[in-house]
Design a protein around this ligand. Structure first.
Ligand code: CTP
Ligand code: MG
Length: 357
């Protein structure tokens, strides 16, 4: 058969295989129900300490990029401005309360840079692996960035969700999803995929939601949260009607191109990925590696190996956890993935299995 025909067949096979790969890894409805019950229970308990407190989910439980058995990210928001609770104290109080009233394994970390409570729920029939859960306090930006990710996913779920979910699994299996060990958070990986779909692909697969003007004028106050501009176009109904991408590439083609772009084209040494603004230089952000730190600050040298600007907290490098070795490993994985997907043109399922080995 002609190589072109074989290649086209491989690509369509790859897209089908990606959908089938991701499907059984999605959370079951039973898991989602239990998680929601846990959230309601904890919220009720927290309200006994502070009646104006609400407990919200964020991260992958509600950005549509959740995988089966992923941990739960929760945040306590206190609506009463006069509550006067300090985060550390509140974390300790909630920790003590949960320890008394539930049989979860509770570990409050009131002295951490960002005080949180860590919870572990034992395994049960509906939750064969139990749940790990982090409860933070007042992290309102995380709620907004979760909503931004969800809105991007809603525009083109078949391509966006499939790509992100697959790449999250791939990154976990290839061990480049460990911020504590010098590689990337899931949030960082997700921002890389969205950046690719908004700013790299021509024509773009997704619009830049932070650059679409609002339909009605909005006030400065509506736009700002903790002195950050958190505006983005979030009218999903209107986006569905008005935005139609003229990029018709299949999810398989996009995946190969994603790996290829980050293997060969992206300039890791000098550039910053900004979902908000497109490519920026490290220099323009003052995120350079070669500041002469030396001595005690030696670690700071590794802060900006890989630069991913947070969409709202734009002075924050989401990939600051990535070390020199971590980046070397990550780039090696992009190259390995490109090699696997561009060399074998027989069965896509086998290529995906090898990719995630
Ligand atoms: N977050 C953030 N800044 C970071 C890391 C995370 O604001 N540097 C917030 C984001 O709101 C993100 C959430 O924390 O959506 C959860 O991050 P993470 O656990 O990395 O992503 P998940 O989508 O929850 O992935 P996983 O399923 O692997 O838990
Ligand atoms: Mg999470």
């Amino acid at each position: 058969m002609h190589p072109g025909v074989l290649h086209r067949r491989f690509l369509s096979d790859l897209s089908t295989s990606l959908f089938s790969f991701v499907l059984p890894l999605l959370p079951t409805s039973e898991e989602l129900t239990i998680k929601e019950e846990v959230r309601t229970l904890i919220e009720k308990l927290i309200k006994t300490i502070e009646p104006s407190a609400r407990l919200l989910s964020f991260g992958s439980s509600c950005n549509s990029f959740g995988l089966r058995n992923s941990d739960m990210d929760l945040v306590v928001l206190i609506d009463d401005p006069d509550a006067g609770l300090d985060s550390s104290m509140f974390v300790q109080m909630i920790g003590d309360l949960l320890e008394r009233e539930t049989n979860f394994d509770v570990k409050p970390l009131p002295k951490a840079r960002i005080p949180i409570i860590k919870l572990n729920l034992a395994a049960s029939p509906g939750l064969p692996f139990g749940i790990a859960c982090d409860i933070g306090i007042e992290n309102r930006l995380a709620i907004e960035n979760t909503r931004l990710l969800l809105t991007y996913a809603t525009i083109d779920p078949a391509r966006v969700r499939t790509l992100v979910l697959f790449l999250k699994v791939w990154a976990k299996r290839r061990r480049i999803n460990s911020p504590y060990r010098g590689t990337l958070s899931s949030y960082g990986i997700t921002l890389m995929v969205l950046y690719f779909l908004v700013h790299v692909k021509q024509p773009p697969v997704l619009p830049n939601l932070q650059r679409i003007a609002p339909v009605r004028p909005i006030t400065e106050e509506e736009m700002m949260l903790e002195s950050r501009n958190v505006y983005f176009f979030d009218d999903v109904e209107m986006l569905r009607q008005e935005w139609s991408s003229v990029n018709f590439e299949s999810v398989g083609e996009l995946l190969i191109d994603f790996f290829r772009y980050f293997s060969h084209d992206f300039q890791f040494n000098t550039m910053v990925l900004s979902l908000r603004a497109g490519p920026l230089t490290k220099e323009s952000k003052g995120w350079t590696n070669d500041i002469d730190v030396g001595g005690l600050n030696e670690m700071a040298r590794d802060r900006n190996r890989l630069c991913i600007e947070d969409p709202f907290e734009i002075t924050y490098n989401v990939a600051r956890t990535v070390t020199k070795d971590g980046l070397y490993t990550i780039r090696g994985e992009f190259m390995r993935a490109t090699r696997i997907l561009t060399q074998r043109h027989d069965r896509a399922v086998l290529a995906l299995a090898e990719l995630c080995r």
